[in-house]
Design a protein around this ligand. Structure first.
Ligand SMILES: Nc1ncnc2c1ncn2[C@@H]1O[C@H](COP(=O)(O)OP(=O)(O)OP(=O)(O)O)[C@@H](O)[C@H]1O
Length: 415
């Protein structure tokens, strides 16, 4: 796509008031920090009784620090309830943080009000998990994809209709279907509509919350591939949230692993796959094997996490993972390990990391729970994840154009 084609002509809106301390005045070059998060927390209050007194809080996100660099894809993974979606909503400012700081292009946006956030909303967009509920069934595709222009008071060159049709084409949909309704499209096509809506205002950062987990495996690969192509063409920066590694492993430059509101490992993709350091990362990777016959011999390395994530209302003391970790010792129950860079490009929060020197070698006695924490996984349990992983890998590595889903006939596989 040429530059002319992809430029969304948006009239000047007037400069947003610059906060003191703003450090970047132009678009960050690839690799420069676009988003910086420090000490970010979100505690949802739990209220009870007639007086609605606060009796506790859900520690959904509990002090996280990371950066997103321009042009990269940061994958965020962790089991359900680890705080990934809350994190996504905090960085897009759909939720107000309890503590910490969010900086976008060097500007502190943590507590910007609705009007101050308005210009920022163009730069930061979100794609939601469920393409069935995130599109208003009573609105046509034209209205849905054109909504951001109306909300922002932006008149694209050539008018909204023309621009919406161009966007539909960009995401592989038929521009003639402008007047159709969401129910006339399959799941994969609806997610393409959500992507077109997110791209309408030419954003810099797109946060995709489980963008493909509601879709059939074969469709997942196409949508991931589309996101990948759009990144190359439009120079987008992504934060892609997923509950396992099967989807993000092929498209992420770096991966953050979350557990109970904390980042436990943050690493370059390759280092993470070659030598995961946090036992939780290793467990997540064990559940999503590389479909490689040579790995069959490594069956004993596959670890299945037992039990559920503990309640974020009263997270375990010390290392939050100690109640499910097969390496846990006494120190893990009392001292919270900080997230530190143990290898270049690989940060981990663990007293007894894998693939690295023990950080608490004096503490050698395993807790009783540690001895029962993990078990080997049967190959069948892994088959489904392996299928997803293989399908996405095959699509992403293909150097073909995006497969266009121009036929609105519902795909029988895609329900
Ligand atoms: N509005 C809210 N009020 C109270 N608790 C909430 C709210 N939103 C999320 N939570 C709680 O915060 C915790 C983290 O939720 P979150 O949705 O961020 O996790 P997640 O890792 O994205 O999980 P999932 O993949 O299931 O969405 C959960 O225990 C959830 O119940």
């Amino acid at each position: 796509m040429s530059d002319d084609e992809k430029a969304v002509t948006i009239p000047a809106q007037g400069d947003a008031p610059k906060e003191e301390g703003a450090t970047l005045t132009k678009d960050p070059a690839p690799g420069e920090v676009l988003l910086r998060v420090s000490g970010l927390k979100k505690h949802f209050p739990i209220k009870k009784g007639l007086l609605q007194r606060q009796v506790g809080a859900v520690h959904a996100v509990d002090g996280i620090d990371f950066e997103v660099r321009s042009g990269e894809t940061l994958g965020v993974v962790g089991e359900s309830g680890c705080g990934k979606s809350t994190m996504g909503r905090l960085i897009t400012r759909l939720l107000e943080p309890t503590a910490g700081k969010v900086e976008f292009e060097g500007r502190d946006i943590t507590h910007l009000g609705v009007s101050a956030m308005r210009p920022m909303r163009r730069d930061v967009q979100m794609i939601f998990q469920d393409p069935y509920s995130s599109l208003n069934p009573r609105h046509t595709i034209g209205t849905i994809v054109g909504a951001p222009f109306k909300l922002q008071g932006v008149e694209p060159e050539g008018g909204i209709k023309k621009e919406v049709q161009r966007l539909l084409e960009v995401v592989g949909l038929n521009p003639e279907h402008y007047n159709r309704y969401p129910h006339e499209f399959s799941g994969g096509q609806r997610q393409r509509i959500g992507i077109a809506r997110a791209l309408a205002l030419n954003p810099k950062l797109v946060v995709a919350d489980e963008p493909v987990s509601a879709l059939d495996v074969s469709i997942q690969a196409q949508v991931v591939n589309l996101l990948d192509d759009l990144q190359q063409e439009l120079g987008l920066t992504y934060v892609i949230i997923a509950h396992d590694l099967s989807v993000v492993r092929h498209v992420s430059d770096r991966i953050a692993v979350m557990y109970l509101g904390k980042i436990v490992e943050l690493s370059d993709r390759d280092s993470l796959y070659k030598a995961p350091m946090h036992p939780y990362t290793k467990a997540l990777m064990s559940a999503v094997p590389i479909p490689d016959p040579r790995r069959k011999a490594a069956k004993s390395e596959r670890i299945l996490l037992k039990g559920d994530v503990p309640s974020p209302i009263s997270p375990p003391s010390g290392c939050r993972f100690h109640t499910r970790c097969w390496k846990a010792t006494q120190i893990c129950t009392t001292v919270e390990p900080p997230l530190v860079e143990l290898k270049p490009g690989q940060q981990v929060a663990c007293h007894h990391p894998e693939n690295f020197a023990d950080q608490a070698p004096q503490d050698t006695v395993l807790l009783t729970v540690a001895k029962e924490a993990a078990e080997l996984v049967a190959d069948e349990v892994l088959a489904e994840s392996a299928e997803t992983s293989a399908a996405v890998a095959a699509e992403v590595t293909k150097e073909t154009d995006v497969t266009k889903e121009t036929d609105v006939t519902k795909d029988a596989n895609d329900k």
